[in-house]
Ligand binder design. Structure first.
Ligand code: HEC
Length: 130
């Protein structure tokens, strides 16, 4: 008699475990689905400009500046004209081979494409609209 009772009371416990497992699975699946859905949105939402915008000097930069590292490295910097000239000069001293004219071309391209970061107030439309 006690045996039968304990056998019966075992059923709801198993069911509860099953329900709990199902709930946990549902939470996990929902979480994974959200992560999977968020990934492409995040990738598209990131404001990644074209690494090297087209324009005069582009091809020279790619040719001269990709000898030792990716030419895209220049996109990490936003410098003034003088600072770009210094950087190109530094790279030439590292071993970059470019004529004086090519160096000027590169510095001009980089200054035009990657100028100093504008102040935040100038780079965003004012929130008040107007
Ligand atoms: C002879 C090899 C060589 C060539 C060619 C070369 N670089 Fe570099 N560049 C380096 C090395 C080495 C470093 C990393 C060491 C350092 O920062 O001093 C570097 C780093 C950089 C960095 C990152 C600096 C920083 O502070 O993170 C920029 C930007 C850069 N180079 C731009 C250029 C440009 C523009 C050209 C083309 C004119 C160029 N490089 C060509 C060797 C080269």
């Amino acid at each position: 008699m006690p045996k039968r009772l304990s056998f019966r009371s075992d059923i709801p416990r198993k069911r509860r475990a099953l329900v709990a497992t199902a709930v946990i699975m549902a939470i996990l699946v929902a979480g994974l689905a959200r992560m999977a859905a968020a990934q492409p949105i995040g990738a598209e939402g990131q404001a990644v400009p074209a690494a090297l915008p087209p324009g005069p000097g582009h091809d020279t930069v790619v040719r001269v500046c990709s000898a030792c590292h990716s030419p895209d490295i220049v996109a990490t910097q936003h410098l003034s004209a003088a600072e770009w000239r210094n950087l190109v000069d530094l790279m030439v001293r590292q071993g970059a081979s470019a004529s004086d004219q090519e160096q000027a071309e590169i510095a001009n391209y980089l200054t035009r494409s990657f100028p100093p970061n504008p102040p935040i107030s100038a780079s965003r439309p004012s929130p008040s609209g107007s």
